[in-house]
Structure formats: structure tokens, C-alpha cells
Design a protein around this ligand. Sequence first.
Ligand SMILES: [Zn+2]
Length: 420
Amino acid sequence: MNESSSDYKKESKKIINRLLIFSTFINLALTIIKYVLGKWIGNIALQADALHSGLDVLSSVIVFSAIFFSYVKSEKFPFGLYKLENIASSLVSLLIILTAFEIGYSLLETHEVLHVSTIKQIITAAVLFLIVVLMFLYSRYEKKIGIKYSSSGIVSDAEHIKSDLFSIFIIICSIVFSIYGLNIDRYVAIIIVVMILHSGFGLLKNSTLALLDINIDKRTIDAIRQEISKFDHVNEIASIKGRKSGRFMLLEIVVKFDIASFEDAHKLSSDIETTIYKKFPNVDNVIVHYEPIEKKDIKICVPLNKSNEISEDFSNSLSFLIIDYDLSRQKILNTQEIENRFIELKEKKGIEIALFLVKKSVDIIVATDHIVNTGPYFVFKTYNKKFYIVNSTKIDNLQNLLKSISDKIYAKQTLEVARV
Ligand SMILES: [Zn+2]
């Protein structure tokens, strides 16, 4: 990471935190104003809404302290304490639900209708209207900043503030009605209680699912899949599993590569990990497991000499028998005998032949151990081709030879040391 981008990250984090703290203070002010005004004019709905704002403050405080502690990683908690945030959210949601029920219960009790002066009600409605206008402007500004710094936390805080405005708006309506002698604040309070319950259960659901290690959402999985498939040699993405821990994701990915060398596969998988960290900043930990692809059909090459036996001198073989073989059914699909057109070559004969066979996508070379440490041997090794070393050059039964090769592959033994 270069310096300017890390500066940008620090700067944006500062702005984001400052905004979230500011929102918390706004909610604190709202709690007090709503409660005082609600008591002043005896409006139950406004008092209920004060409680709502109070819970918003409490949930911000819990989330802030959870975030603060969640960055702690220790030997005892190597994956960090990000889940504190989910636990905190669960507790807050339970609190919200309980409060909603309590308000609902108090609505069932009979209240004597207070005779409040019209002027008090007009003042309250006017103050609330001013709050709605100011809060609406603030939420728009906050959303703009959230989009600018691509912070989902800020954007959802802005959305929350905007949705909270709805309840203030209907409370204003109820006050206006009561000025004309129509007391509907109890029904408005019911609507607010239902809204509080709705957000409480939503929060409880999300935090519980995160605690139960629900897989990350499909859109994120698809985006990760797309990034991985951009890499060469990735033959198949077998699975992408993830779980959420607070705002962070822990990922486990299984991919199949069409390379056999351990070093290459290891490098490729760590390249994939680096890319994921870079493209998905919310990923805290990613593990890429790789498996070689399981080939169903393979190409086997048998170098032949004049007497139609396995050639001990690979470079001077007369021809090459190339067999397409179905491993699962142990069946020959196709055979083709190719003449050794490099036989007259003075230099690098074996290497040219090997490269030619690599181009033909040969997978396994049948040979005697004379091939070990020759030029073609190293070419094949470079391209991750396998050898099937035989003791006898005689081919008594091709079917049996192929069968024992496929048995060895199924037994997952190293072909290089396999002997007939
Ligand atoms: Zn709220």
C-alpha cells in the first residue's frame, strides 16, 4: 500500500467515526427533547418515541465499545473479538423488544385525557417540525459522505435517521389533530411500538444469524468467484464458505488448479489470497485450499523401437504411441502412432520431442529408467508430466499395461516410482 492511500484510509476512518459520534449526540439530544415535550403536553406517542431515540443512543454506545474491543487479537482469540459486535447487537435488540412490549402494555392502561393549552401544543408541533427539517438535511449530508467514503455504516445510519423522521412526522399530525379535539396519540403510539418491534426483531435476526455463522450473502460470493476465475490455471471453484464476525468476513475457499507442481499451486493460491484482501477490505482472514483437478481422460505416450517394444533410448524412438484412455471405465478411447520426425536432428533432439509431446497434451510417459535425468526428462518435469517407469521393454498386453497405470493413478501413488 502506498502512503497516500493509507493516509486516505486514516482520514476517511476519522471522518466516519466523527460522524457516527455526532449522530449519537443528536439522538441523545432528541431523546431529551422528545421526552420533555411529551411530558409537557401529555403525548404518549412522543414519550414512546423518546424511548426509541434513547435505545438508538444505547445501541450506538454498545456498538462503539464492541468495535473498540474487537480490534484486540490475542493468543486466546486468534480470530479477533469481532463477534462482540454481534453479541452487543443481540443484547440491544432484546432490550428494544422488551421496551416495545412495555410501551404497548402501558397503552392498554386507561389514561385521563389531559387538558393541555393549545399554545403548548403549537409550540411542540413547531419544535418537532424544525427537528424534522434539520434531521432530514443532516441525513442527506451524512448519506453523501457515506457514499463518498463507501462506508455502509454511515449510509445505514443516514437511512435510520430518515426512517425515524417518519414517526416524528406522524406525531406532529397527532398533535395537530388533538388541537382540534381529536385524541389519536394512543393509536399513533401503537404504530410507533410496531415500528420499534420491527427494527428490534430485524436486528435480533441479523445478529443471531451472524452468531450462528450464516454464510455470507450471495452477491459477495459471486463477486469473489468472479475475481478468482480471472486467474489462469483455476479450473474450478469447488466452494466458497464464509462467516461473519462483526463487520468482518472469514473465508474458506476450495479451488481446483490444473497445475501439479506444489510450489506453483502454493504461489497461485497465495496470489488469490492477496487479491481478495485487496478487493474486499472487509475480509479479515481468507484461506485458499487447492486441489489438483481429477482428470477423467488422460493421454499416455509409449515410445516404441524397431521391434515394437518400449524404447529404452527415448530420443531415438522410432515412433510414439499416443493413447487416449478413459480412467474411470479403463477403456481405450483412441490410439494414434506418430512417427519420430526429429530422429535426424543433430542437437537437442530429446528436448524437441518432449516439447512436441507436451504440445500434444500428453499426461503420462511410459519409459524405462534410462530416461531419468535426461533432457526430455526435465522438459516433462517442467510441464508437470508424469512418468510410468517399467522394468521390461516388452509389451505383452497393452490393455494390462494401461490398466496398471490407471490403477496406480487411482491409488494416488507417485508414478515415478511405480514399477510393473
Ligand atoms: Zn431509531
